[in-house]
Design a protein around this ligand. Structure first.
Ligand SMILES: Cc1cc2nc3c(=O)[nH]c(=O)nc-3n(C[C@H](O)[C@H](O)[C@H](O)COP(=O)(O)O)c2cc1C
Length: 326
């Protein structure tokens, strides 16, 4: 990270931000990475799958592990367990997940409508982790009638939380509508800890504009799934240096590398490539002749098939560097 330039965070995304993808984003300029959310109960049951979620490589540091749950004691114990296992740079608490299976167990965004419990959770985890920093990720409120991000952030700061990322949507919105950056700006103005703004950052110009809200850093999620170079682009915009988008060939080289790393990691090519199909859809968003491309990628089951698809696409489409992904 350039001295003085605001940190860029890769947003935690379940099923997306595994070690392979995090490393790709780091290479493209993401400064701070976090695991996807991991259940405190899963940690306490010590199952192998959960253990896999919290592991990372030294290259990924500074690295946080995100936990969710609704029981202060269990969350605190889970956080301690994670510190013993992998010694992350920070623990992050999820207060934003809108998924029913999380909310009905009192986790994620459910705590936004139970501030006393939210405070207890934060307090218990901060105490259990000290001196390791604990951060939090929130939404702006439960629904349009109960927007309480300022109050929530102040409670979290009081409990010793050292940084708050704010996704500018309510729980009720899910991922629809637009992120409300006015609320994010009010949060940034009302606490002393760094506030990280999150929601709908899709290019350098938007990022620059969002920095004016007074946030200390930016968090980027879905745009990175289509274009991991978003971090390079945003950095260039902030540092006022020229940015050249990647060529089509460079994009495909990255997609190929991502897929082969998944195959190597899973050890089963067919399974790994089937798991990559939705990711391939995200990568091809904005590419020329995307429709037939996506139809063939939706059936891909091997690296060889992928290579054929890439070769045909590159033959059909002349490489015009700046043409892609706005
Ligand atoms: C597929 C997917 C999975 C997500 N999983 C998590 C998660 O595990 N933890 C979390 O805090 N947020 C999660 N989010 C929310 C993102 O971190 C982020 O707040 C949201 O996508 C808005 O940012 P964006 O507009 O840059 O994508 C997820 C979002 C998506 C699309």
């Amino acid at each position: 990270m350039e001295k003085g330039s605001p940190p860029l965070f890769l947003a935690p995304m379940a099923g997306v931000t595994n070690s392979i993808f995090r490393t790709i984003c780091k290479e493209k300029g993401a400064d701070i990475l976090t695991t996807e959310f991991v259940s405190a109960d899963g940690i306490m049951h010590r199952n192998a799958r959960t253990r896999g979620y919290v592991e990372f490589t030294p290259l990924e540091r500074p690295m946080g592990v995100q936990l969710f749950g609704g029981d202060p004691k269990r969350l605190a114990e889970a956080a301690r367990q994670v510190i013993d296992w992998v010694n992350p740079n920070f623990i992050d608490i999820n207060f934003g997940c809108p998924a029913t299976k999380v909310v009905c167990r009192n986790g994620g965004s459910s705590l936004l409508r139970d501030c006393p419990l939210l405070e207890k959770v934060a307090d218990a985890v901060v105490r259990a982790c000290a001196p390791l920093p604990v951060t939090a990720k929130i939404r702006i409120g439960w629904d349009a009638n109960t927007i309480n991000a300022v109050q929530t952030a102040q409670l979290l700061e009081g409990a010793g939380i050292q940084r708050v990322a704010v996704h500018g949507r309510t729980k009720a919105q899910g991922y629809s509508g637009e992120a409300d950056w006015e609320v994010i700006a009010s949060v940034a103005a009302s606490v002393s800890v760094p506030v990280i703004g999150n929601g709908d950052i899709s290019d350098g110009a938007t990022a620059l504009h969002r920095m004016k809200t007074g946030v200390s850093g930016l968090m980027i999620g879905r745009a990175a799934m289509t274009n991991p170079w978003i971090f390079t682009e945003v950095k260039a915009a902030i540092d006022e240096i020229p940015y050249t988008p990647p060529s089509l060939e460079m994009r495909w080289e990255l997609v190929r590398r991502h897929c082969s790393s998944e195959v190597a990691s899973k050890g089963n090519e067919r399974f790994a490539m089937q798991g990559m199909r939705s990711r391939l859809m995200a990568y091809t968003r904005g590419m020329p002749a995307a429709r037939p491309l996506r139809a063939s990628l939706s059936l891909v089951s091997s690296l060889m098939e992928l290579d054929d698809i890439i070769e045909n696409h590159l033959l059909e489409i002349p490489d015009e560097t700046a043409l892609l992904i706005s």
